[in-house]
Ligand binder design. Structure first.
Ligand SMILES: *Cc1c(COP(=O)(O)O)cnc(C)c1O
Length: 449
C-alpha cells in the first residue's frame, strides 16, 4: 500500500510538518486589508456605534482593544505561545490520497489537522488567548455558552491552565445528546448547566414559555451574559463570531500558508465549515489578505448546514448576537436572533448569525457559500473515516462534502485542481450522530430554510 501511495506522490507531500519555531508569532487581522471598514457594533439602545465602555461590563480591556483594532498584525504573548505547543501546534497539513483514489478524481485534496488539539477542535486557539487576557486583566471567572460542547471543553481547559473559574451554559439538546462532553468540561474543572436553565432570569422566562425547548446558542449566550454582567469579577467569553476570535484563529491559516509554500502549492480552493465563522476565518483570512494584495487566485468556500443557512439564505443586516437581545447589534448575515434551528447533530453550526468579518468578506464576494443537509454530510464523513482513518466532527463533515463536491467537479472537467480544507475537529465524542447514520434513523433536518 505504502509503495503504491509513494509512487503517486512524494512522501513529504503526504504530510507537511512544521517545527516549533514555525508557530506564528503574530495573529493576522484581515480588517487591515479589506477595502471597506468592518461595520462597527451598535449600542442596542442608541443605535450609535458601541464604544469600549459598552463592552467593558463583560470583556477585558485587552480583548476590547483587539476587537476594535485595525493593525495588520498583533503579537502573540509568550504565555499563549507556550500553550500553543500544549495543544499540538503547529498542526500538520496532510494529503487525502486514499480519498482521492476512492473518488477517482484528478484533484489533489489536502486537509489541516485542527482535530489534534487535546479537546479535539480548533477552539483552543482562541480559548487560550481569551483565558490568558482575562486572567492578566484581573478577572477570576468566565462564563460562556456551548453548543456541541467543543467550545465549553476548550474554555474549561484554558481556564484550568490560567487558573480561573469557568461556567458553561450548554444547549439542552447537546447536553442530552452528548453526555461525555459534560464529563470533559467537568474533568477540566468547568461547571456545566443545561440551557435554558433556572439559574438566570432569561432562562426562567424561556422555560416558562417553552418547557420542552431544545435550547439554542442564542439562548445560552443570553444566560452567560446575564451572569457575567451582574458580577464584576466575572467576564463573558464567546467562542466565535467576534473579531478578536477570528484574529486568534489565524494561526491556522498562517501555518497552512507556510506548509503550502513548502510543497509549492497554490490552492484552487480553500474550504471550511461555518457556524459562527471562526475556523473558516482562521483558515482563510491570511490567504484572503494575500488575494486582496494580488498574490493568489484561490477561491474560498464556506459550507453551512441547510438547517441554519445564514449566508446563503439570511439577510445582511444589523441583528443581536443572542436571543434575549442583550448584545450590541452586529452587522452580519442572519436568520433573525429569535430563529430556532432544527436539532441537527452539528451542534456547533446551529447559530442564527455569521461573524461580521466573514459576512463582510462574503458580501464583497471574497467568499462563496454553499449549504448541505446533514444526511449528505454524514455520508461524506463516513467516506472520509473509511479512507483517511479519522472520524470527523459532524460540523467538519460539511467541509468534507464541500471538498468532495469540488473534487467531483474536477473529475467531470478532468482538471487537476488543488483543494485544501480545514479539518476543524474530530467526532469521537459525537458518536450518537454516527450511530443514527449507521442504523438508518438519521433524519433530514426537519426545518430547512
Ligand atoms: C464549533 C465548531 C465549528 C463551528 O464554529 P466556527 O466558529 O464556525 O468555526 C466547526 N467545527 C468544529 C469541530 C467545532 O467545534
Amino acid at each position: 500500500m505504502l509503495t503504491f501511495l509513494s509512487c503517486m506522490s512524494d512522501l513529504k507531500d503526504l504530510r507537511v510538518t512544521l517545527g516549533l519555531d514555525d508557530i506564528p508569532k503574530k495573529w493576522y487581522n484581515l480588517a487591515a486589508d479589506l477595502p471597506v471598514p468592518v461595520p462597527p457594533p451598535l449600542n442596542p439602545m442608541t443605535k450609535e456605534p458601541a464604544g469600549p465602555e459598552d463592552l467593558a461590563a463583560i470583556f477585558p480591556p485587552s480583548l476590547i482593544r483587539q476587537e476594535m483594532s485595525q493593525e495588520r498584525y498583533i503579537d502573540i504573548p509568550d504565555e499563549v505561545m507556550e500553550n500553543y505547543i500544549l495543544i499540538n501546534r503547529p498542526t500538520p497539513l496532510q494529503r487525502a490520497v486514499r480519498l482521492e483514489k476512492l473518488l477517482k478524481t484528478p484533484a489533489k485534496i489536502y486537509f489541516k489537522r485542527e482535530d489534534l488539539s487535546p479537546v479535539g477542535s480548533h477552539k483552543t486557539n482562541t480559548a487560550l488567548a481569551q483565558a490568558y487576557y482575562n486572567m492578566k486583566d484581573g478577572y477570576s471567572n468566565l462564563t460562556t455558552e456551548t453548543g456541541a460542547g467543543q467550545w465549553g471543553s476548550a474554555l474549561s481547559l484554558a481556564c484550568s491552565i490560567f487558573d480561573i473559574g469557568c461556567t458553561v451554559f450548554m444547549v439542552r439538546i447537546s447536553f442530552d445528546q452528548k453526555p461525555y462532553r459534560r464529563t470533559v468540561m467537568e474533568t477540566y474543572g468547568g461547571k456545566v448547566h443545561p440551557s435554558p436553565s433556572p439559574m438566570t432570569e432569561y432562562g426562567k422566562k424561556v422555560l416558562a414559555e417553552t418547557p420542552d425547548t431544545p435550547g439554542s446558542l442564542g439562548i445560552a449566550i443570553s444566560e452567560a451574559i446575564e451572569v457575567a454582567a451582574q458580577d464584576p469579577s466575572t467576564n463573558y467569553s464567546l467562542g466565535s463570531v467576534l473579531n478578536h476570535v477570528m484574529l486568534h484563529q489565524t494561526v491556522i491559516g498562517q501555518e497552512t500558508m507556510q506548509q503550502l509554500d513548502m510543497i509549492d502549492v497554490s490552492p484552487d480552493y480553500m474550504v471550511g465549515c461555518v457556524g459562527g465563522g471562526s475556523n473558516f476565518a482562521g483558515f482563510t483570512f491570511p490567504m484572503i489578505g494575500e488575494r486582496i494584495r494580488g498574490k493568489n487566485e484561490t477561491k474560498f468556500i464556506a459550507v453551512e448546514p441547510k438547517a441554519t443557512p445564514s449566508i446563503t439564505k439570511g439577510s445582511y443586516e444589523y441583528d443581536h448576537g443572542d436571543s434575549a437581545g442583550m448584545t450590541p447589534l452586529l452587522k452580519m448575515h442572519t436568520l433573525g436572533h429569535d430563529f430556532m434551528p432544527s436539532p441537527i447533530h452539528a451542534g456547533g453550526l446551529r447559530y442564527h448569525g455569521m461573524a461580521p468579518m466573514v459576512s463582510l468578506a462574503a458580501d464583497l464576494d471574497f467568499v462563496q457559500a454553499v449549504a448541505y443537509d446533514q444526511t449528505e454530510t454524514f455520508k461524506a464523513g463516513m467516506m472520509f473515516a473509511r479512507s483517511e482513518g479519522i472520524i470527523p466532527a459532524p460540523e467538519t463533515t460539511h467541509a468534507i462534502l464541500g471538498a468532495i463536491d469540488l473534487a467531483m467537479q474536477a473529475k467531470e472537467s478532468n482538471e487537476e485542481k488543488t483543494i485544501v480544507f480545514n479539518l476543524s475537529g474530530h467526532g469521537l465524542l459525537d458518536l450518537a450522530g454516527y450511530d443514527r447514520y449507521l442504523n438508518g434513523s438519521m433524519q433530514r433536518s426537519e426545518k430547512q430554510v
